[in-house]
Design a protein around this ligand. Structure first.
Ligand SMILES: Nc1nc2c(ncn2[C@@H]2O[C@H](COP(=O)(O)OP(=O)(O)OP(=O)(O)O)[C@@H](O)[C@H]2O)c(=O)[nH]1
Ligand SMILES: [Mg+2]
Length: 422
């Protein structure tokens, strides 16, 4: 296990409490990556120093600290330039990582599907390319996914040209996968689609697990989920939604990662509504919420319809919950709900809200079908909400609320007579 020394260098404008929280988060990331935190150091800076990011005196102090604590890895909370990384490595004599690299490393060890693996590898290679000189020494330590150690690829794959080639190959393959997924998505057209987004560890997977009663990986570590998973959720009264769980966001998410996960996240963009899951029990939920909003903006999703789900309220006292409701009221007009992913009953409000949205999208039509057309009748009951039914011998007249796609299909199939009700 790596013995890690953490370094934070917040600018003077960041308040104390937040700066501490950022260090705690870096420690959690280190733990998630399998490292052990043996020491940490902070310096307030006005602006990054060109040579070491932190000041030169502080860099000497860091060297002593590394020695004292027998650290073999130094992790910076901020992104280092290739030059700074190299200078620090020379000065300290141990491996240097920055936050981006740490996150990439976690993603690499956690990616499961081939698509996620390719996305992470692409991001890693793009990060690696300008830092090749420094990386050369510890390339072999980068775990999984990077594809440099596959069979028959044992030697000099680190060459820039080859990495460049690999990057284009990955881009091509990912494009194909994205295309295949689009076909899959088209098959889902007509269903109401919900995407769960939010900060890592907010409880997205837990929420979907409870809503759908299916098995999904949940863990009290960062980035438990890297691959989006979609489940059908029964909302009651014959309504269903397809709910997608997505990768969690984090402060200073490396932009290469956002770029390579873009196509997976684009799926969120096609959803009818985004449910933004917030860990209400986290002291810094407001900052986390802002981070998520920033990433959504980067993905061009800032104006997608949203519902805020304040999760983990089981951990709040009534007083805390009340205070929070007050705070939220002052925000904006985004609908907000309090839930606990661990308690099914607390999710009723969310289900009702989704149902109301589905209803608002349905078109009410009157359909007259021959009474022997069992298939058509079954379809109406399956896909819609039947409001009235009149049997008059040869024909059945059904008033039903249907998704637009079903109405179109009825017309296409020429099933009976379809009249839009008003
Ligand atoms: N007390 C409490 N714990 C919760 C609740 N929802 C989730 N958790 C816990 O929070 C941790 C993270 O839950 P996940 O569902 O894995 O969170 P996630 O948002 O999917 O996280 P990533 O996949 O890492 O982005 C787990 O330990 C859950 O058991 C809740 O409503 N109440
Ligand atoms: Mg998850």
């Amino acid at each position: 296990m790596d013995r890690a020394v953490l370094v934070g260098a917040p600018t003077r404008s960041v308040d104390e409490r937040l700066a501490d929280e950022h260090m705690r988060e870096l420690a959690r990331l280190t733990d998630t990556a399998g490292g052990e935190v043996v020491a940490s150091l902070q310096q307030r800076i006005r602006a990054p120093h060109p040579r070491f990011f932190i000041g030169e005196g502080k860099a000497d102090e860091l060297r002593d600290l590394v020695e004292e604590s027998e650290g073999d890895l130094v992790i910076f909370d901020d992104e280092l330039s290739p030059g700074q990384g190299k200078n620090l490595e020379d000065h300290l004599g141990v491996r240097i990582m920055d936050r981006s690299e740490l996150i990439l490393d976690i993603f690499a060890s956690r990616a499961r599907t081939s698509e996620a693996k390719m996305q992470v590898e692409l991001a890693q290679l793009q990060y690696l390319l300008p830092r090749l000189k420094r990386m050369w020494s510890h390339l072999s330590r980068i775990r999984g996914g990077i594809g440099l150690r596959g069979p028959g690829e044992t030697q000099l794959e680190t060459d820039r040209r080859l990495i460049g080639k690999r990057i284009s190959a990955l881009r091509r393959k990912l494009k194909d996968v994205a295309k295949a997924r689009q076909v899959q998505r088209q098959a889902r057209r007509g269903s109401y689609r919900v995407a769960l987004v939010g900060y890592t560890n907010a409880g997205k997977s837990s929420l979907l697990r409870t809503l759908s009663g299916s098995d999904l990986f949940v863990e009290n570590r960062l980035f438990a989920t890297l691959d989006s998973a979609t489940r059908s959720v029964d909302l009651g009264s014959g309504h269903h939604a397809l709910v997608t769980d997505t990768v969690g966001f984090i402060r200073k998410l490396p932009h290469h990662l956002i770029a390579s996960f873009r196509s997976t996240l684009e799926e969120a963009g096609e959803a009818d509504v985004l449910v933004h899951v917030i860990d209400a029990s986290h002291t810094d939920w407001e900052e986390q919420k802002e981070v998520v909003e920033e990433v959504l903006e980067e993905l061009g999703l800032q104006s997608a319809p949203q519902i805020l789900a304040f999760n983990k309220v089981d951990r709040l006292t009534h007083a805390e919950e009340d205070a929070m409701r007050q705070r939220i009221r002052s925000f904006d007009s985004t609908p907000a709900l309090f839930v606990s992913a661990l308690e099914m009953e607390s999710l009723e409000g969310l289900k009702e809200t989704l149902k109301a949205r589905i209803r608002a999208k349905l078109t009410e039509v009157e359909v007259r079908v021959p009474s022997h057309d069992g298939a058509a009748l079954a379809m109406l009951y399956r896909e819609g909400e039947v409001l009235r039914r009149e049997d008059n011998g040869q024909t059945v007249t059904i008033t039903v609320r249907l998704p637009a796609a079903s109405v179109a299909r009825l017309r296409q199939l020429g099933v009976g007579q379809v009249v839009e009700a008003d």
